[in-house]
Design a protein around this ligand. Sequence first.
Ligand SMILES: *[C@@H]1O[C@H](CO)[C@@H](O)[C@H](O)[C@H]1NC(C)=O
Length: 426
Amino acid sequence: MTARLRSLAIALVTLSSLYITSQADNPISPGFPYGSQKVRGVNLGGWLVLEPWITPSLFDNTGNNAIVDEWTFCQYQSHSTALATLQNHWNTFYTEADFAAIAAAGLNHVRLPIGYWAFDVGPGEPYISGQQAYLQKAVTWAGNHGLKLIVDLHGAPGSQNGFDNSGHRISFPTWHSNQTNIARTNAIIKTLANMFKSNTNVVPIIAPLNEPAGFDGSAVLAAVKQYWYDSYGNIRFPYGSAQQSNTLVLVHDAFQPLSYWNGILTPPAHQGVAMDTHIYQMFSNNLVALSQQGHISNACGNAGTLSSFDLWTIVGEWTPGSTDCAKYLNGRGVGSRYDGSYSGSTRVGSCTGLSGSASSFSSSYKTFLRQFWEAQVITYEQVEGWIQWTWKTEGGTGEEWSYQKGLQYGWIPQDPTDLQYPNICG
Ligand SMILES: *[C@@H]1O[C@H](CO)[C@@H](O)[C@H](O)[C@H]1NC(C)=O
């Protein structure tokens, strides 16, 4: 080697080690300043994944009570009927005007649930696809209005939780127990990571699986843990090399206490991972029976556990609603704990005036919704921020959950930092 070549080689080695050092110090530049600015956003629920409680009319119009989720929606109707209804829904339930209104409300993020069947429909699966075009439109609209979009895989093959919002309401999930299901899901995450790796300014985060049912036992949790590691590889390293992407991985706590996940996927060994936790106060007999003050105290009381966790944490689903009164919220044909019509529940009171159309809400109820909303916003801004479930429902139903109705009726401020009860958590 000549002296000149040798010094060139040394220069290259120096350069590349400098590069590696700076990569290690600052390996990821996300499309949003997480950690220094708060995430404030809404979910776009019930659009690309049907949910009976968000659009009850789509289900009621079928005239078939066995249609309880998107799977049966496609299974028990002719393909042409189901397809026409879905296409009309995709074209109308969300449009660019919603994205403009979301941005105008001072929000900076949307989280978009999508099912695996948008990418891969297996033999024997009745699902109808076509949602990918709307995912692309949503990304364009988010970009047009300065919003960040989180792509959220909300349903996996076999169902990760058996909920209707996974696409398939079944008594026990079968995603975790079948390696084919898991491999298909990993392939979709690779596809998504590739699709958006050069557009992280608009799509800064991929959430590889919504709400896997950790409460169903250790086999589920073992599969989920492995899947989070696989998703980390798929999302953070989409280039087939050691080069990291700028896409964040948003894993979900699988309904475990946050402390269960302490030390998992944390820096310095792992970069660009955040935790999603969902906080609802109506899906147990105890929670739904809380008084209004009890709900507010309970919300404020979550600050400690949230802020003592070791990953960036986003409360990716929550609501100012405090009952399970919304029609079909627990499933089509299933009642509510609050009024005792849910099997095994104890009646708390009448649902009248607590759900349905916001035009029926009393001013004291709207004051409570405002206080409960603010208590949660204050609490969730102790960590990286919040994404309310959901921007809208079909008119006249479950409107206590609707961010849009909250703005209209005043229980949500036009600017989410404009609090009337800044000391509500003491
Ligand atoms: C596993 O899931 C695949 C679909 O992803 C299905 O075809 C196969 O039958 C399932 N295997 C078992 C044992 O249930």
